[in-house]
Design a protein around this ligand. Structure first.
Ligand code: ATP
Ligand code: MG
Length: 366
């Protein structure tokens, strides 16, 4: 890392590797800089190394190789409680025999803070998560979502600049999870803290983060803001991991800088953006999002390639219509349309023609 600006490089993983058994690397070569105040999410399938990265940053695991820096200082040899990092664990654990206020006060006592100051900070942290009136209760007397907020307050109470959260909302039902997503995001923004957040829920990652690092098998496959990740996935792993998408297999027929014509396996031609294909004849997996598929001829460029499709199923989902098509020999091609007054409902059995803007269709590694 050449730059000395510690605000842009508040947390730095520099060539970090981790092996638990001395043989297999579960974190392969992690290079990641997180800016001060950033909300960065590590997203990836189970076992891809997310918790391991967080544990190394928190100091509960040591890096096998490489350096981890915080605010410009190397922290590899600093014990967890001296790193000044707040943490919400994958399975949040509040002490059951202590009241809520005592749970929050505990990390401050460990830091030898006086009683009056402790009480002030505990109240402030509880107010932050809208639990100001619950200091006297025990965890068992709270709902799951309320316990989750207390776990969050405990990570915030000693005013750490960096807070790590490992699947903090995993135990909550959908509605509460969505509510807490916004709440955590707002608290983080208001306090200006830096958050490193771990989840395997892609919607959560997209809605909360400034940037998302997509992990696969101990490596970052793509690091980008949510919109870029969703709209410009760099390879087929990321495209298939983030959001829903239709995939078609084919071979590059013609290629230039911003357009590749692909011949699908059934012989049809389509227009794509070449993302990681570079030669005529190369195999490719083509990816197109269900909401970018058009079946109104007027909305397509006059010379766009189109595909014939048969409507197999129409599903009414309230805000959207989800239609399943047979396209190029596949029966799982999905089109999503907004439930709007000018939008037609496709009928099963109907034959239609579909197409898209070339920039919405990405030719990726096969
Ligand atoms: N203490 C440990 N000893 C040995 N192997 C471990 C240990 N902790 C994790 N692993 C292994 O390291 C790899 C990465 O695990 P990690 O917990 O970092 O994954 P994760 O991305 O957090 O997964 P999940 O989404 O399931 O929580 C896995 O193969 C796991 O089995
Ligand atoms: Mg984990």
């Amino acid at each position: 890392m050449v730059s000395t600006n510690t605000d842009d490089h508040f947390v730095v993983f520099d060539g970090v590797q981790k092996s638990y058994d001395g043989e297999n690397l579960v974190v392969k070569d992690l290079n990641l800089s997180i800016a001060k105040g950033e909300f960065l999410t590590m997203l990836g399938p189970s076992g891809s190394g997310k918790t391991t990265c967080l544990m190394m940053l928190a100091g509960f695991e040591t890096a096998t190789n490489g350096a981890i820096r915080l605010g410009g200082k190397e922290i590899n040899n600093i014990p967890p409680h001296k790193r000044g990092i707040g943490m919400v664990f994958q399975n949040y654990a509040l002490f059951p025999h202590m009241t809520v206020a005592e749970n929050l006060s505990f990390p401050l006592e460990v830091r030898k803070m006086g009683k009056a100051e402790r009480e002030k900070k505990v109240q402030r942290a509880l107010d932050m998560v809208q639990m100001g009136a619950f200091g006297g209760r025990r965890p068992a007397q709270l709902s799951g979502g309320q316990q989750q907020r207390i776990a969050l307050a405990r990570a915030l109470v000693f005013e750490a600049e960096l807070v790590l959260m490992d699947e903090p909302l995993g135990a909550l039902d959908k509605q509460l999870r969505e509510h807490m997503q916004f709440e955590i995001k707002h608290i983080a923004d208001n306090l200006g803290i830096t958050v490193v957040y771990v989840t395997h829920d892609q919607t959560e990652a997209l809605t909360m983060s400034d940037r998302v690092a997509v992990f696969e098998d101990g490596r970052i496959q793509q690091l980008a803001p949510p919109d870029e990740l969703y709209e410009q996935p760099k390879n087929s792993f990321v495209a298939q991991f983030i959001g829903e998408n239709n995939t078609l297999m084919g071979k590059v027929e013609q290629i230039n800088k911003d357009l590749a014509v692909v011949r699908l396996d059934n012989g049809d031609l389509i227009d794509t953006v070449p993302v990681n294909v570079s030669n005529v004849g190369e195999r490719t997996l083509v990816s197109i999002r269900p909401e970018r598929v058009e079946f109104n001829r007027e909305r397509l460029l006059p010379d766009a390639h189109t595909l014939k499709a048969e409507v197999l199923e129409f599903i009414y989902m309230g805000d959207i219509y989800r239609t399943r098509l047979r396209v190029a020999g596949k029966e799982d091609f999905i089109v999503k349309t907004r439930n709007a007054p000018d939008q037609r409902r496709l009928q099963p059995g109907e034959m239609i023609e579909i197409g898209w803007r070339p920039q919405d269709c990405r030719a990726l590694d096969a």
